[in-house]
Design a protein. Structure first.
Lengths: 326, 495
């Protein structure tokens, strides 16, 4: 091999940049176009609103990214969200301090994720099937716990003002005009970025998804890595659930239905390979924002909801196609 | 059917694998095609059957020039290639496999099961093969699967049958069955190209032999006119000695690993051996003898029934790869692409993965340490690449293997198990890998070198352990071993 080939390998073509940052380019494009058409869209208030809307899908999609990177998939996120949220609401209604109830809910969500992970690893079920099972089971459990009815006026039933404040803060609070959920999203992004890029655990997740056989032979504990990944996904679902019930001041057993698909769409939009090993958390946040901008923009432009879905589908298709490896 | 291939050239990228290669196949003969790994035997046959296109040269079938564009076209002409890696659908039945793509149908494309079963049974009976035609492939032994493959070839009335290492995975009795089959096919006028490394098979079975070396035609002889030494000389083209760099200044130290009575039912039985610091123990045996399984067991990747492994005199309970690495064992597996590397990841990612503890602090990976270790690896092992971020898929086989070496060497292993370390690696890179092995030995690493290439084992080892059907049939000093001795042991004979 001569010098010429070395140079061409070193220099990235502009198409490869599009491949790498395709989601961001699409995002900027969308923002510019919608800003031009809709004056309402480009207000600061709307951007904060948009960020808050993006939080729900974003937090779940971060967990989903880890799972997909490890060559798995988690269909149970929506049900996990509902079940852990219902658990939290139930505990609060029965007099448990809200802060404690919220912590328990997070632990429960993590545990529910571990169950999925165990089914995948010890149970040797395919991730799709394993999480289809937990998805169905958790939804059922949430319905059983609530008898199918929503639990409402949660905040009012909290006696201590400190606890009440904490419960409200998660979903409705602001910090210097920035919604707390949006802050949580940014914080989570930083944590996920660090974990996936800078820690040994992150390396193990990528290696597991890239070639589990090879990773195992150099001493990576595949089982452990996979279980942790599902646990993270469960935790993120539960966290999203807390924000949701805080905002709504009510917990319904049907919360989070269909969230798994939005999260998977965001991950795919962000360029993460569905067969694992390749992908970036920064891509996922771009994917999340694309979906949020689309939803928000189309609502402002009063596009019929029927058309909204079709347009979303087209955007996802275009983004994913342009992201294919050269 | 007469086939003549002349002046065939073929390159993959910058790597020329065939240069002026060719051979002449006569009607109704069994023709051996021999050469070292990478000599171009399979590639030549793949060009004949339309798997690859040739860059130059002519192929004459019964005097007419042909270019088959696909294996299907070659098959229609009666030329069938039975690959070394079995090409069967494991979840389907024997009958479904036999008729895959050429089902007998009634109108509207409905399968005529009855007719197919009848024809399948006919062919199997004719061959004297006794396999239930409704059995699912995955339930059959490898040997039986191979038989089905051959039957599949005969379903299309093959006039030329190309077999690539057909006995590699067969037991003794299955091999005998196959030979009977080949001989009866020859009587029926079918020509057979027989690719194999096993000398005794060549002498038993073949009429003529063509030898390839480094992608070039060497010579064709009648089998009765030559002996084993002639073949080896033609295959290698020079004395064996000089291909393997000498190990100098290596002091063989104290015993590092000792294995006692390692047993796993149906895989290997009562395996005992030891390796000292700075020593290279070659492990030889036919494919399927259990060499790889023994190594997998030592590394904790395959649970064994009984026996013990001692490292520096201490008994170790190794249950998984992590235990093995902690005990100081490194393992370069035979399948670089599926087990050795994260192919879609960079050189850096691959080297780092095996050395995570080294480059990290409390779980956080330190970028500077990563750069340092990867730079060292690329320089020390002379990996040809454009930088640490070069993806492993785009490296040549030799350079890929060097990445695998680099990643293991930095774990500071006391014992390094090498399973077919030079498979699919060109001759230049092979020599570099041999030097790496010697350097490691000089540093006092105990090395276990598993290889199917006899010259490699003979040239590189201090001692050679020979395995036959899961049993150690002998451990001999390399100094007074030769191909014949090792082969005798490998086929179950005694010295």
């Amino acid at each position: 091999m001569g010098n010429t080939s070395t140079n061409t390998l070193n220099k990235k073509s502009w198409t490869s940049y599009i491949g790498e940052y395709g989601a961001f380019i699409a995002l900027v494009f969308l923002v510019v176009v919608i800003s031009v058409i809709s004056p309402e869209f480009r207000t600061a208030g709307n951007f904060l609103n948009l960020l808050r809307q993006a939080t729900f899908n974003g937090l779940i999609a971060f967990g989903m990214t880890c799972v997909i990177l490890s060559d798995g998939i988690d269909l149970s996120v929506g049900s996990t969200l509902a079940l852990s949220a219902v658990i939290c609401a139930k505990l609060i209604m029965s007099g448990c301090p809200a802060i404690l109830a919220m912590l328990i809910s997070l632990v429960a969500g993590t545990f529910l994720g571990v169950v999925s992970g165990l089914l995948v690893t010890k149970g040797r079920l395919q991730p799709f099937i394993a999480t289809l099972i937990t998805m169905t089971a958790y939804r059922g459990l949430a319905l059983i716990l609530t008898d199918g009815k929503p639990i409402s006026n949660i905040a009012k039933s909290i006696e201590s003002s400190g606890n009440q404040f904490a419960f409200k803060l998660v979903g409705k609070g602001n910090f210097i005009n920035v919604p707390i959920p949006a802050i949580l999203l940014i914080f989570a992004l930083a944590v996920f970025f660090f974990v996936l890029n800078k820690t040994t655990f992150g390396r193990k997740v990528y290696a597991t998804g890239s070639n589990a056989k090879c990773a195992k032979l150099v001493g990576v504990n595949i089982t452990k890595t996979k279980i942790i990944v599902y646990a993270i996904s469960g935790f993120m679902s539960a966290l999203t659930g807390l924000i949701l019930i805080s905002r709504l001041d009510s917990a319904q057993p049907t919360l989070g239905e269909g969230y798994e698909l939005d999260a998977i769409a965001a991950v795919a939009l962000g360029g993460t390979s569905m067969s694992g090993g390749r992908g970036k958390i920064t891509g996922t946040i771009a994917g999340v924002l694309i979906i949020a901008v689309l939803n928000n923009g189309m609502n402002l432009l009063e596009v019929s909801t029927y058309y909204q879905d079709v347009i979303k589908a087209v955007v996802i298709l275009v983004a994913v196609l342009s992201d294919r490896k050269r | 059917m007469n086939i003549e291939m002349k002046g065939i050239n073929k390159s993959f990228g910058t790597n020329q694998v065939l240069k002026e290669a060719g051979f002449l196949l006569k009607d109704g003969e069994v023709h051996a095609l021999m050469g070292e790994n990478g000599a171009g035997k399979s590639t030549l046959m793949k060009i004949l059957t339309g798997v690859y296109t040739r860059d130059a040269g002519t192929v004459l079938v019964d005097g007419n020039e042909v270019v088959y564009k696909s294996p299907q076209e070659a098959e229609k002409a009666g030329i069938v290639f039975i690959y070394q890696e079995l090409n069967v659908l494991f979840d389907l039945t024997v009958e479904e496999n036999l008729f895959m793509g050429k089902e007998i149908t009634k109108s509207f494309g409905i399968c005529d099961k009855k007719a197919m079963r009848q024809k399948a049974q006919e062919v199997m009976d004719k061959m004297g093969v006794n396999i239930p035609i409704n059995a699912v492939m995955s339930d059959l032994s490898v040997g039986q699967q191979q038989m089905v493959e051959i039957c599949k070839a005969l379903m299309v009335d093959a006039k030329v049958l190309i077999m690539d290492e057909p006995t590699a995975a067969l037991t003794q009795s299955e091999t005998e069955g196959l030979f009977k089959l080949i001989k009866s096919l020859r009587e029926k006028g079918v020509s057979i190209v027989y690719i194999s490394h096993r000398m005794e098979e060549i002498f038993e079975l073949c009429d003529r032999i063509t030898i390839l070396r480094d992608g070039t035609y060497v010579d064709t002889k009648n089998i009765c006119d030559i002996d084993m030494d002639d073949i080896v000389r033609m295959m290698i083209g020079r004395e064996i000695g000089e291909r393997y760099p000498k190990r100098e200044n290596v002091e063989i130290g104290k015993e590092i690993i000792r294995v006692e009575g390692l047993t796993k039912e149906k895989k290997f039985n009562d395996v005992s051996f030891s390796v000292k610091a700075g020593e290279v123990l070659g492990v030889s045996g036919l494919m399927g003898a259990g060499r790889t399984e023994i190594m997998q067991a030592i590394f904790g990747n395959l649970p064994y029934d009984s026996g013990s492994v001692f490292i520096e005199g201490q008994e170790m309970k190794i249950k998984c790869a992590k235990d093995a690495i902690e005990a100081g064992i490194g393992f370069i597996t035979e399948d670089r692409k599926t087990e050795g590397l994260l192919l879609d990841k960079s050189i850096s990612d691959n080297i780092v993965l095996a050395n995570l503890d080294k480059v990290s602090d409390k779980g956080v990976v330190k970028g500077a340490k990563v750069k340092e270790i990867v730079k060292k690896g690329i320089e020390e092992f002379r990996i040809k690449c454009f930088g640490p971020q070069h993806e492993c898929t785009n490296l040549s086989g030799g350079n890929q293997q060097k990445v695998v070496f680099a990643k293991w060497v930095y774990t500071d292993p006391k014992i390094l198990i090498l399973d077919e370390p030079t498979r699919g690696v060109d001759i230049g890179a092979k020599k570099e890998i041999y030097s790496v092995i010697n350097d490691l030995a000089a540093k006092g690493v105990a090395i276990i070198l598993v290889s199917s290439e006899l010259p490699e084992v003979l040239g590189m080892s201090d001692r050679i352990m020979v395995v036959h059907e899961g049993k150690v049939t002998g451990i001999v000093d390399a100094a007074d071993a030769d191909q014949e001795k090792v082969m005798t042991l490998a086929t179950g004979g005694t010295l």
